[in-house]
Design a protein around this ligand. Structure first.
Ligand code: MD6
Ligand code: FE
Length: 200
């Protein structure tokens, strides 16, 4: 594993997962999932997204950025739920709260190409990821595209913290293993990533 990468399998128990999904249902009703498109080409992502927090990550033809409002409703993103703030305080090792929680929803065929999370001004803060629902095949590489990679299966309740040297490493989701969890009503997977965007 890359230095600075910390993996907490089953960090959230079944009850905590169910409560979190219930909370997310409410927030997604306020800030609906949207389908982002790639900069320039306008090619749609296979995942649908929304955000929580004072800033949210969006991608459209203009590029990638953080903004305070939902691109379709133009309303501020809902607040990050207390349970997620508590999780960040317990495991991030970072002394300021996150500003953004990106919510990614994967149906059975969705995936996410290799990328680095580099749109944040503060890359000294880790990115904390929570997986809910079907297991995903996560690919972790190094700081350069085309380097050696390894895979990790992220199951419901797993928490992954990408800090230190791993913070700017390439990673992505190869595929979703459909039917591996019954947490979500219509199967699929939710991934939450908590981020500090600005320098405190
Ligand atoms: C996913 N995760 O698990 C995609 N990024 O669906 C990410 O892109 C990610 O897990 C930064 C840090 C941790 C992650
Ligand atoms: Fe990422």
């Amino acid at each position: 594993m890359q230095p600075g990468l910390r993996y907490y399998p089953g960090r959230l128990d079944a009850d905590a997962q169910r409560q979190l999904v219930e909370t997310l249902r409410g927030t997604v009703a306020e800030a609906p999932l949207f389908t982002p498109v790639m900069p320039r080409t306008g090619r749609p992502f296979t995942v649908r997204m929304t955000n929580l927090g004072v800033l949210g990550w969006v991608s459209d033809r203009e590029g990638y950025r953080y903004q305070p409002t939902h691109p379709e409703t133009a309303r501020p993103w809902p607040a990050i739920p207390g349970a997620l703030l508590e999780l960040w305080r317990a495991v991030s090792g970072y002394h300021h709260d996150p500003e953004a929680c990106l919510v990614n929803f994967y149906n059975g065929g969705a995936k996410m190409g290799l990328h680095r999370d580099e749109d944040e001004d503060d890359v000294s803060a880790p990115v904390l990821s929570v997986s809910l629902g079907d297991t995903a095949v996560f690919r972790m590489g190094g700081p350069e595209r085309g380097g050696k990679t390894e895979t990790l299966k992220l199951a419901s309740g797993d928490v992954l913290v990408m800090g230190g040297a791993s913070r700017l490493c390439y990673h992505g989701i190869d595929r979703i293993l459909q039917g591996t969890s019954t947490l979500l009503k219509d199967s699929g997977r939710i991934n939450l990533t908590l981020r500090r965007v600005t320098r405190p």
